[in-house]
Every structure is written in structure tokens, then in C-alpha cells.
Design a protein around this ligand. Structure first.
Ligand code: PLP
Length: 495
């Protein structure tokens, strides 16, 4: 059955998956959602004991119904290959009372690789299928990890250009170095004087600027997005929740049909939304635990039903979660309103004008599977130390936020359901904070020296993605004000 996509805000256009992936965002500023969320077409136990690629193919075909099986196989095989440093792609490690789902074995050592290894293939296939002749310009706002993963995925991909905006003072040194050393003739990286929300808002504005879109179309370009507003980013993220459930089943950790908890360190709400979709498709889930850092706008939302971004933006040691406008929450709002675009559009317009909105009691009742939690900077560091001492297992700051939130949830609720924590980055990507947390002296040492100390202490090798940065040349050094983003795009495209 063909699955079509439409905007969360009421635009009546219904388009196939490949067009939704090409467009990235709907013309009315809404996000694409499937008209019907598919159900699994096989018993969940059959996902146990199969390879990541097999499961990816099986789940993608339920959503991307206008791609042929042959096309999907080609995309999946090209994505989940030797770029990952383990054939398992997403291993599950038990440590200190939870199962850590390691989503950082791809080329840029953060979970964004799980989807961004695939998206360029889905996009170029979509361009072919739809006879698109313009060059696709991927515009990306990043809080640190999406940028590099998108650059790595799209570098030198024919028919595409990729441009990344990151907050100049809001990413880790390793993250910044990963981006500014990116090679490839079709790449461009710009730091902005602002935070992630400024970058994301600026990119969305360019996407929906009709005049600029016309100008670019005349010059042979069209925009698309590699952020999780693109449905082609979201769907691949469903796979690892199903895959990890299959693994627990295969290893005899759970019985067939037994529900599990997922804890997800959350920023833009893409990763946890994928877990919600997996649950709606039929995956047995007890609780979805949404973990925030000190930017606890989502924690407050789940507790009160009011989303309020009017607060101070805090820079933390988990920068990829330093976000006050969680784009993908819009998709959840649409679903809990009963797939009602009118309600969603009204709330999103309030978010724009007043910076906040409140949902109804009926909508809140549809959120019963969600639990919100947050961890302070001190709790995050203490959790890294605790897990390391208890299990000799090193986790990064983002994963530590989730881990700390889970520990408190478990103490307070007494819920001892088998729990999977999404481990979203390698600890070597946030070297300074992780080293400091386990008692390594960080004063005066650069991030590479700290990586070595961390490697010695934990007995794990430094990932190649970090060692290769040491000698890599800086290729991108532009910094601009948020108002200059559109001009930066024109400069890059020479229009
Ligand atoms: C992007 C990111 C997150 C947040 O994921 P969302 O899908 O934006 O909620 C968490 N941890 C790391 C390491 C990330 O890169």
C-alpha cells in the first residue's frame, strides 16, 4: 500500500516519500508526516537474530513505499558497510544496570551517522526517480554532531552541495575541528555568532523564503535538509530501536512480547520520536524516558503540558542537547492532537509569536508513555564517574545525562523493566568533560593529549575519527552574524 506524506500544518498537498525527502520541509513551514503510520508486517520476534541491514530494509520499505526493493537494498547496503567500525553496526553493551545501545560506531562517532550514512543515498535515488535536474543544496543547522555527519555523508556526492551552520561558541573543540577540516569541493562550513536555535531558525527561514527559492531555482539549485526535520532522517532511526529489541530477545534478556524502556538523551526530539514511532508500529514499550540537560524545556513540558522557550539558553557539556526549540516535537503534537493539522498550526504559531503554548488535557492523556527527566552538570559528571567505577565503561556526556535520568527514575519509580539507554556519542568526542569527570587533570592539556590519557585510563583505543584530526588542514574559517546567513548561502553558490 502506498504511504503518502503531508504537512503537520495543513497544506493539502500529499506526496510520496521520495518527494518528502527531496523537499525536506513543507511549503507552509510544517514537517512531513506519513498519512498512516505503518504497523510491522511480521511478528516482532522475527527481527531477532537478523542483520542490521536486513532489519533496516524491512522497516524502511514500510515507510518509503515509492522506492523499489532493489533501490532500498542498494541504499541500505551502501550505508551500513565498512564505514562502521563493527559489523554489528549498533552493539548493545550491558553495564551498571542498563543496556547501552551504542549508536556511535559510524564515521563521525555520533548517532547522527545512523541516519546520515543513508540519507544521501535516499536523496540521490529520489532525485533520479523524480527527474530532478537542479543541484540539491543541503542546508543544515547543527548543534555539533549533525553537521559533521551530514558533511561526511554528502561530501563529493554528485548533484549535491552541502552547507553547514554551527554555533561558533557552542560546540566542543573536537566537534569544531571535525567540521572545519572537512574536505570535498561541494562542502561549506560557517560558524555563526549565535546559538543552535538561531542557526535552526535562520535555516528554516531560508527554506521558506519564496523569493530566495525562486532566485536559486533560476540558477539551477533547490534546497533540502539533512536535519531531523527531514523524514528521511527520522525513519532510519526507527530501525535501531527494533533491532535492539530483537537482540535482547535473541540473547534471552526478555521474553517475546515483554515491554522495555528506552531512555533517550534529547535535544531536537528526533531520536526519541523515532522510538515513539517504533512503539506505534507495534514494538512492546513500557516507558519512553526523555532526558534533558539543564536546558530542561522538555522536562517542564512533560510535567506541565506547557512548552515555554522563554528562558535562558545554557551552554552545557552536552552541547548537542543545548536546544530550546525542539523541532520534532511538532510531529508529536500533531499526532497527540489526533493527527490534527489545525491544532498543530495554531500551537506553532503561538510558539513563534509568544515563545510558548499549552496543550489540552486530552492531548496530555496521549503522552502517558513519556516520562521527562533532566540532569544537572554535576549529576552528569558524577554519572560518568559512577558508570566508569562500577563497570569500567566509559560514556560520553550526552549518554550520561540519559543514564543519570534513568538512575533517578528507577529509584523513584521502582520500575525495574529491562531498559535500553541510547548511547549517542563516543566519549572521545567530548574528551575534556569526560576526562575531567573521571578525575584526569585537564588544565593545560589539549584535547588530543586528553584523548590519550582517556584511552590509557579506559583501555580503549582512540577512534580513528579523532586521531586523523590532529594533522588535518583547516578548510573553512568563515564566521557570520545570523542575519548574514542568506548572504553566506549566496556566496557559496555564487548567485
Ligand atoms: C543530536 C544529539 C542528541 C540529541 O538528539 P535529538 O534527535 O536532537 O533529540 C543527543 N546526543 C548526541 C550526541 C547528539 O549528537
Amino acid at each position: 500500500m502506498e504511504n503518502l506524506y503531508q504537512s503537520t500544518r495543513g497544506d493539502q498537498e500529499r506526496i510520496p516519500a521520495s518527494r518528502a525527502i527531496l523537499n525536506g520541509i513543507a511549503k507552509d513551514g510544517g514537517l512531513y508526516v506519513p498519512l498512516t503510520l505503518p504497523k510491522f508486517d511480521r511478528p516482532v520476534r522475527e527481527y531477532a537474530g537478523r542483520s542490521y541491514r536486513e532489519n533496516a530494509f524491512d522497516i524502511l520499505r514500510l515507510f518509503l513505499t515509492d522506492y523499489t526493493d532493489e533501490e532500498l537494498h542498494r541504499c541500505v547496503d551502501a550505508a551500513y558497510d565498512g564505514k562502521f567500525d563493527t559489523a554489528e553496526i549498533a552493539p548493545l553493551t550491558e553495564a551498571a544496570g542498563a543496556h547501552y545501545l551504542e549508536l556511535w560506531h559510524g564515521p563521525t562517532i555520533a548517532f547522527k551517522d545512523m541516519a546520515l550514512s543513508l540519507l544521501p543515498h535516499l536523496m540521490t535515488t529520489a532525485a533520479e526517480k523524480n527527474g530532478v535536474t537542479e543541484e540539491t543544496v543541503i542546508l543544515t543547522a547543527t548543534s555539533g554532531d549533525t553537521g559533521k555527519a551530514a558533511l561526511a555523508g554528502f561530501a563529493d556526492v554528485k548533484g549535491t552541495r552541502i552547507m553547514v551552520f554551527y554555533p561558533k561558541h557552542g560546540v566542543s573543540p573536537i566537534q569544531e575541528r571535525q567540521m572545519v577540516t572537512q574536505t570535498g569541493d561541494n562542502t561549506c562550513v560557517v560558524g555563526i555568532e549565535g546559538n543552535f536555535d538561531d542557526a535552526q531558525t535562520g535555516v528554516k527561514r531560508i527554506f521558506t523564503d519564496a523569493a530566495m527559492n525562486r532566485e536559486l531555482a533560476d540558477a539551477g539549485f533547490r534546497f533540502s535538509s539533512a536535519n531531523s526535520i527531514n523524514i528521511g532522517r527520522l525513519v532510519p532511526q526507527i530501525v535501531y530501536y527494533v533491532h535492539s529489541y530483537g537482540k535482547l530477545l535473541k540473547e534471552g534478556r526478555i521474553r517475546d512480547g515483554e515491554a522495555v524502556n528506552f531512555v533517550v538523551p534529547t535535544g531536537n526530539f528526533g531520536n526519541i520520536l523515532a522510538a515513539y514511532y517504533a512503539m506505534q508500529m507495534g514494538l512492546p514499550v513500557n516507558r519512553l524516558i526523555c532526558a534533558s540537560n539543564e536546558n530542561r524545556v522538555l522536562y517542564d513540558f512533560f510535567g506541565t503540558g506547557t512548552y515555554d522557550r522563554n528562558r535562558e539558553f545554557i551552554l552545557t557539556s552536552s552541547p548537542s542537547m543545548d536546544i530550546l526549540i525542539s523541532s520534532n516535537l511538532e510531529r508529536l503534537i500533531y499526532h497527540i492532537a489526533g493527527n490534527d493539522a489545525g491544532t498543530d498550526a495554531a500551537l506553532m504559531s503561538r510558539l513563534l509569536s509568544e515563545g510558548k503554548y499549552e496543550i489540552t488535557d486530552a492531548m496530555r492523556r496521549n503522552l502517558s508513555m513519556f516520562v521527562g527527566g533532566f540532569a544537572t552538570e554535576e549529576e552528569t559528571a558524577a554519572e560518568i564517574a559512577r558508570v566508569f567505577e562500577e563497570a569500567h565503561y566509559l560514556i560520553d556526556t550526552h549518554t550520561a545525562v540519559a543514564s543519570a535520568v534513568y538512575r533517578r527514575y528507577r529509584e523513584q519509580s521502582g520500575d525495574d523493566t529491562v531498559t535500553v539507554i541510547a548511547s549517542t556519542a563516543s566519549p572521545f568526542k567530548f574528551t575534556r568533560a569526560v576526562a575531567g569527570a573521571i578525575g584526569i587533570e585537564t588544565e593545560g592539556a589539549d584535547d588530543f593529549a586528553l584523548a590519550e590519557k582517556l584511552s590509557d585510563a579506559a583501555g580503549v583505543p582512540i577512534p580513528a575519527a579523532v586521531t586523523s584530526l590532529r594533522t588535518a588542514q583547516v578548510k573553512h574559517d568563515r564566521v557570520c552574524a545570523t542575519e548574514e546567513m542568506a548572504q553566506a548561502v549566496r556566496d557559496f553558490l555564487k548567485v
